[in-house]
Design a binder for this molecule. Structure first.
Ligand code: UDP
Length: 366
């Protein structure tokens, strides 16, 4: 066997695992079906601006070990994500905080905001929220639900809010302070020079094959490595034996504009269903780029189908049941390690993927 590890997917999980294995003297072959490394964190320079080709990637974590780890590969800037929501031309701060409540109801103190939320909550007799809709109404009441959550969520997920799991909305902080930081985490920033540079460093010393589909490759290379680290879709790996899992895909319309500052903010969410895209990203604000032009990406969400890129797992009951069967099956496959968003069918942030890869590597390489 030529390699210790065949790593399928040059995204974050695969690259961190490769890096850890290489450090310990293992031979790694990394393959990816895309024409570049980095998976969805891939960034590319356009007009002097690092463009997040697969959507906004803002690094945030409270895991000190993960923060120290990524900082070894690259310096991070001090970007803090303060997105805004545009609902039919009305502008609201996110996440839901005193600035949002002030704009929505004209209140100025936490006590006044809580009173309004409590009275709106009382209209619905929700004790234990069972789905995203109930959870949102329970947390912030009907005005915020209607203007800032319902239509945005249904655009993003393509399903009614009462069929979506509670945890999705729990990702967003809710605060009674005037604080527009989208995340509660201790550490936050964007790598100076882009994410691709980090991945390049992680993969130094590995052999890398791009434009290479695992399922074609493996037909002629059965014995190429002792262990496979697979980061693609788990249902595809098992040839959809227990049924197909559902994913959401995202497509981007990227434009270079001859203007210095298009929207004054890196991320603007369009929370009304009248607008077909979910958000517009203006990439230069991630790094305060001093350029005459700007690059924006409109993000559209759609159901995944063959030939498109799967992005978000849809962790509803049906899919979870199917995933559990794949998971049980995968446990028996001793020569394959599954990791990352697609192979574990989890809505992970970047820091969680790195944590998972480091822990997996530690166990595997001890
Ligand atoms: N969300 C919302 N309105 C917003 C932003 C987010 O209702 O303006 C909800 C929506 O259901 C979304 C979830 O919060 O799926 C999580 O948002 P997050 O920004 O974490 O999504 P991501 O950036 O991972 O796509």
């Amino acid at each position: 066997m030529k390699y210790d590890y065949l790593i399928v997917g040059a995204g974050l999980f695969g690259s961190v695992f490769a890096c850890e294995a290489l450090k310990r003297g293992k031979k790694c072959l990394v393959i990816d079906r895309r024409p570049h490394i980095g998976g969805n964190v891939y960034t590319e320079q356009i007009e002097g601006i690092q463009v997040h080709k697969y959507g906004a990637h803002i690094f945030h974590t409270s895991d000190k070990e993960v923060w120290d780890y990524v900082n070894r590969f690259c310096e991070f800037n001090n970007f803090i994500n303060t997105p805004i929501a545009n609902y039919k031309g009305e502008i609201y701060n996110l996440p839901f905080n005193m600035n949002t409540f002030c704009r929505m109801w004209g209140v100025s103190t936490p006590k006044q905001a809580k009173e309004i939320i409590d009275s709106q909550r009382a209209e619905f007799d929700i004790k234990e929220p069972k789905n995203l809709e109930e959870q949102a109404l329970y947390l912030v009441g009907k005005d915020i639900y209607q203007k800032l959550i319902k239509e945005y969520t249904e655009k993003q997920w393509g399903r009614p809010c009462n069929e979506l799991p509670v945890f999705i909305i729990k990702r967003l902080p809710l605060r009674f302070t005037y604080d527009n930081n989208y995340f509660n985490d201790r550490y936050q920033g964007i790598p100076i020079g882009g994410y691709t540079k980090i991945i390049q460093k992680m993969l130094e010393g590995a052999d890398v094959l791009l434009n290479t589909d695992y399922f074609n490759f493996i037909k002629n290379n059965r014995d190429i490595a002792k262990v496979t680290v697979y980061t693609g879709e788990i249902d595809r790996f098992y040839n959809y034996e227990y049924g197909a899992l559902e994913y959401r895909t995202v497509t981007f319309e990227t434009e270079v504009l001859d203007t210095e500052n298009y929207q004054g903010c890196a991320v603007v969410n369009y929370t009304s269903k009248d607008v077909p895209y979910t958000r517009i990203i203006e990439h230069k604000h991630f790094e305060n780029a001093d350029t005459k032009k700007t690059v924006i990406s409109k993000e559209y969400s759609a159901e995944w189908k063959e030939g498109l890129e799967p992005y978000y797992p849809i962790n509803n009951e049906r899919n979870q049941r199917i995933y559990d069967m794949y998971f049980e099956r995968a446990k028996k496959d001793k020569s394959v390690i599954f990791g990352g968003r697609l192979a574990t069918y989890k809505y992970y942030d970047m820091d969680k993927v790195i944590r998972l890869a480091l822990d997996t590597a530690k166990r595997e390489l001890k």
